[in-house]
Design a protein around this ligand. Structure first.
Ligand code: PMP
Length: 364
């Protein structure tokens, strides 16, 4: 029975189960003939793809006896969304939470975290991942000193990619395989291409494994990494703009997390994206598809469009029925006061319609 038709035990039962939606209007705008499909993760209860791993990491730690009600303090370094997922789960289950997060991450995320009862510590953006003042370093220091402190560690925890292998990938496969091929919407019946951005890499590698193992071993998986980050392979891709900072939150790192490399051969090809193409792609998602997504969703779409225009992607781009799935990790709630969004929403040249309204109302 659908989740909306029964009474759920807690908000954690409303994590995941997100819709896969045709991005037909963008496909048309970009001259694509394949099916471009967006997995809209902001509809998860905590607002992002990271709810899934937060829920799984907490539940497994409880089963293993590592979390003790009334005693344990969950500490996690995060770009914010894993923190929000953990704080949501801990609000329901009654654990204290401390989140360490680089300064660049939005105030909106900090406010959501604090609203859920978490303590939030900001760390310098420029601190290297292994420096004591980085978000990872500070979390480790706190874990040593705070009684009951436990770091579930999304960078190493197998339950990060596993959450996606066991939930996100099966949802995508079920949606694609249960949608019939019709003259209006031909379908290969398979997930032919999957595209996702990488922070810890748990999302893209876990979904890749789920699709390749259980559904289509030949699925082409495209990883998306911002210019200035070091996750892409071959490493020469990272030389352009090496060390540059970028505004998009949640993707890219200055080290390669364990969860990304543990399962070799999952990511077939990497694409680099910058802020400009990412935010332009956010605008496409908002204006053409009505989707209020965050910056890394724009990066994922921009990476998808770049790959579909490349020599290896253009044949698929022009093949009706090929299913190309793009993961859209979070929503606008996290960024509503950020300049990149306000520039897009409020500081644009007035449209011809806006100018006509001003004339009618005599308001310059
Ligand atoms: N986009 C956003 C907005 C995120 O918060 C994250 C998580 N860091 C990602 C993408 C990347 O997810 P992952 O850590 O699984 O690679």
């Amino acid at each position: 029975m659908a989740r909306s038709e029964i009474v759920l035990d807690s908000v954690l039962d409303a994590v995941g189960n997100t819709p896969l939606i045709r991005l037909d209007r963008i496909a048309k705008h970009e001259g694509l003939r394949c099916n471009l499909l967006g997995k809209l993760e902001y509809t998860s209860a905590g607002g992002s793809v990271k709810d899934r791993i937060a829920k799984r990491m907490i539940e497994v730690a409880e089963q293993e006896g590592k979390l003790i009600p009334g005693q344990s303090v969950v500490i996690e370094p995060t770009s914010g969304n894993t923190g929000i997922g953990l704080a949501m789960a801990c609000a329901v289950k009654g654990y204290s939470v401390i989140i360490t997060m680089p300064k660049k991450m939005s105030l909106e995320k900090e406010a959501a975290l604090r609203a859920l009862g978490a303590e939030v510590i900001r760390t310098p953006n420029e601190a290297a991942w292994d420096a004591p003042e980085s978000h990872i370093g500070v979390a480790l220091r706190l874990q040593k000193e705070i009684p009951g402190g436990i770091i579930l560690d999304q960078y190493r925890n197998v339950n990060n990619p596993l959450a996606h292998e066991l939930t996100t990938a099966p949802e995508i496969i079920a949606a694609v395989t249960s949608t019939p091929s019709t003259p209006a919407h031909p379908s290969s019946g398979k997930v032919d291409v999957f595209i996702g951005g990488a922070g810890t890499g748990g999302t893209v590698s876990g979904i890749a494994k789920g699709i390749k193992k259980a559904h289509n071993k030949d699925c082409i998986v495209v990883g998306v990494d911002p210019v200035g980050s070091v996750l892409a392979l071959p490493a020469s891709l990272n030389e352009v703009g090496e060390g540059d900072s970028y505004i998009v939150e949640g993707i890219g790192y200055d080290f390669t997390p364990d969860v990304l490399t543990r399962e070799p051969g999952m990511i077939n090809v990497w694409v680099k994206t910058d802020d400009k193409v990412s935010f332009a792609a956010v605008q496409l998602l908002m204006r053409h598809e009505g989707m209020l997504v965050g910056g890394s969703s724009g990066s994922a779409l921009a990476g998808a469009l770049a790959w579909l225009r490349s020599e290896s992607g253009c044949k698929i781009a022009q093949s009706p029925g090929k299913n190309v799935v793009v993961l859209l990790p979070d929503g606008l709630r996290n960024y509503i006061g950020k300049d990149w969004f306000l520039d897009m929403a409020l500081r644009q040249e007035p449209s011809p319609l806006a100018r006509r309204i001003a004339e009618v109302l005599d308001r310059p």
